[in-house]
Design a protein around this ligand. Structure first.
Ligand code: MG
Length: 261
């Protein structure tokens, strides 16, 4: 496998491109090099509490000025796309933030409180007992259940906070139903990006700092995988994992040096 054959790079953000609000070494140079070589890049995030425009602005604020919202793919966008394909204008009872509600409305889905076709769990920072219980009652009656992503915790500068996966456990405990889940490590996210960008699978690579999400997703989707060691994973973790990356680099800086040779 040759990295020079890769024409589209998919990047995890936290731990790969930045940590908190700080760009990681080489991130900006890496993106500039891709641009100069005529290659494309997209950023993938499981966090469905915000829309693409939020992350584009965040990257812009950190100095990645070449990034627009079309470069960002969220698990909420992937989920909305799949629901819309299954049933255009589907009626959805959504546990989500106002930003995720806009995402779903813009996909042509209908948000309802009664008689839904689907129940969807996102990263809902506006969750109430009433919403949670209503979702559970629908699911118990057999309404299909979906979740944008499986993360139990969301890392923040002030430590981990409760994420959608932990709420999912509560719903599962009450209903006995496990949802269909999008986002990393599920390959639907890659399939969606390939569809949206018309990129070829064999010319696409996933770059990330987590073996069990970023690398697992890339492998399951059959694309090239690149682990960077700027986030959660150390070199010693790699041999122990069932998900083996095709390439390991200490950072985007080292990867940039490799591809610009
Ligand atoms: Mg990460």
């Amino acid at each position: 496998m040759e990295l020079s054959l890769i024409r589209t790079f998919l990047l995890d953000m936290d731990g790969t491109v930045y940590l908190g609000n700080q760009l990681l070494p080489g991130a900006k140079d890496f993106l500039n090099t891709l641009r100069n070589q005529g290659k494309r890049f997209y950023f993938l995030t499981n966090n469905s509490s915000h829309r693409a425009s939020f992350y584009a602005q965040k990257l812009h604020n950190m100095g990645v000025v070449s990034c627009t919202r079309s470069h960002i793919i969220t698990s909420g966008e992937v989920c909305a796309f799949y629901l819309k394909n299954m049933k255009p204008r589907a009626r959805v009872f959504l546990l989500g933030t106002p930003e995720l509600e806009i995402e779903f409305l813009q996909a042509g889905l209908t948000l309802v409180h009664e008689d839904p076709d689907y129940v969807v769990l996102g990263f809902d920072k506006t969750l109430t007992y009433e919403k949670l219980n209503r979702a559970c009652q629908f699911i118990r009656k057999g309404i299909p259940f979906f979740a944008t992503h499986p993360d139990l915790v969301c890392p923040t500068e002030n430590g981990p906070i409760l994420d959608a996966g932990s709420i999912m456990k509560a719903i599962e405990a009450f209903t006995g139903v496990t949802p269909k889940i999008f986002g990393k490590p599920y390959p639907e996210m890659i399939d969606y990006v390939l569809h949206k960008t018309q990129a070829q699978r064999e010319e696409t690579a996933m770059i990330g700092d987590r073996l069990y999400t970023d690398i697992a997703m890339g492998r399951q989707a059959g694309i090239t995988t690149i682990l960077v060691l700027t986030g959660e994973t150390s070199k010693e973790d790699v041999p122990k994992s069932r998900w083996q990356p095709d390439f390991v680099f200490s950072s985007l800086k080292e990867l940039e040096e490799h591809i610009s040779r």
